[in-house]
Design a protein around this ligand. Structure first.
Ligand code: GLC
Length: 412
């Protein structure tokens, strides 16, 4: 099952890390916490990454992790169908979210892609049939609640939803200027009750001008999600295929027409009802490769930027923020460090576009980070020093960087 290119020490250490971070809930569900102490809950996109790694190590556990994740969608109210970004299996969410069992916002849509990857190794159509209704309600939720202008691009209403908590790209939108980490975190926390007061309604959020952004990387993942969903529908719900294809095509067109900046040769994030492009250059633009968004010439421009040593190609790529940005900070949370899950998306994207050598180089350097320092949440891109939580489960994605099937990013 595992490609020979994956060193045995890596498989052993990845298996050990995921085992160490495994949690069995009171009712027998199994999930992997992102990291002990720092992140004890079940996190949405983290769990998808863990399942993808476990397609190589333990497919049963991969399936169990997804089943746990999809067993707790929002069941009531306007956000019915949403997958919460955190599930609190033993309670404890009230102070932040006003309820004990889950958060009230979401995270980037990787779940459908993860289901397709798990299906690829198990061939278990019953599993797909079981989770399909939840995924269908989830996609309906994105379209109903997060596309207020109906353009096919979805919007996030909190930095935590984007996955990029403290990105300098958000500073101005949050009324911050060169914030400290504490100030940035405080802005994220105070945003939650403001969203609650608006019922988490993206249209109202736009009207009053709170944080709302159509990010290029999340929309690329959304497009990939629609393509993966189309594939699952072919297996268990052929009547849904045409509508899903149409939705995917609409989103793909919208990314190309609205998010591509031809002068700079990058995809951008659009903020607010006026859809103003955000100026800070981050690595989010490269995630579009993962979803097969760019044309070959667009991809070539992205890759030239990616491999430019002044911008995104230091000793340990890929810095989350371009090194040419004034706010670039190599060791500050989301303001410059290299994040393993982004490297994974970028490597699979490069491979998809035929840049096998660059993908291999990125994989080798990511592997070197892990070999020297262990599985950290993120790394200093200049020195390779590990930062944040440890041992962080998603860093085991380097296994999939080495062993993903050739079609790993192309599930359409
Ligand atoms: C941090 C990251 C977020 C991730 C979480 C758990 O909050 O910003 O993207 O899901 O940690 O690893």
């Amino acid at each position: 099952m595992t490609a020979p290119a994956v060193p045995a020490w890596l498989l052993d250490r990845a298996r050990e890390t995921l085992r160490q971070n495994l949690v069995v809930t009171a009712d027998g569900h199994r999930y992997t916490r992102p990291a002990p102490m720092t992140y004890e809950q079940q996190w949405l996109w983290d769990s998808c990454f863990h399942a993808i790694v476990n397609t190589h190590l333990d497919p049963d556990l991969a399936q169990a992790e997804i089943e746990a994740l999809l067993s707790r969608p929002v069941m009531e109210g306007p956000d019915e169908g949403m997958l919460p970004h955190m599930i609190y299996w033993s309670g404890g969410g009230t102070e932040l979210w006003g309820r004990d069992d889950r958060s009230t916002i979401t995270q980037p849509p990787v779940a459908t892609y993860a289901v397709a990857r798990v299906y690829d190794v198990t061939g278990d159509t019953d599993f797909v049939r079981r989770v399909y209704p939840t995924l269908k309600a989830y996609h309906a939720w994105w379209a109903r609640r997060r596309d207020p202008d109906g353009d096919g691009l979805v919007t996030v209403i909190h930095p935590w939803e984007a996955g990029w908590d403290a990105s300098p790209a958000w500073d101005a939108l949050l009324g911050l200027k060169s914030p400290t980490d504490a100030e940035s975190r405080a802005a994220r926390i105070t945003l939650v009750p403001k969203l609650a007061a608006l019922d988490y309604d993206a249209a109202r959020v736009q009207q009053v001008g709170l944080f709302n952004v159509e990010t290029c990387d999340l929309n690329a993942l959304y497009l990939q999600s629609l393509r993966s969903m189309t594939r699952l529908a072919r297996l268990v719900a052929p009547q849904d295929v045409a509508a899903l294809q149409a939705a995917a095509d609409k989103t793909a067109r919208a990314i190309q027409t609205k998010l591509w900046d031809d002068t700079r040769g990058v995809y951008v994030d659009l903020a607010g009802a006026d859809e103003l492009p955000l100026p800070v250059q981050t690595a989010g633009t490269f995630v579009t490769l993962f979803a097969g968004v760019p044309t070959a010439p667009q991809a070539a421009r992205l890759v030239a930027r990616l491999t430019d040593p002044a911008q995104f190609w230091p000793a340990y790529p890929v810095p989350s923020v371009a090194m040419t940005e004034a706010e670039f900070a190599p060791d500050r949370y989301w303001r410059g460090p290299t994040w393993p899950h982004l490297n994974w998306m970028i490597a699979l994207g490069l491979r998809r576009y035929g840049y096998a050598d660059i993908a291999a180089e990125l994989t080798t350097r990511t592997l070197a980070l892990v070999e020297r320092n262990g599985f950290w949440e993120y790394y200093n891109p200049l020195t390779g020093v590990g930062l944040g939580a440890h041992p962080q489960s998603w860093t085991t994605l380097v296994v999939d960087m080495l062993a993903a099937p050739a079609h790993g990013a192309d599930m359409g």
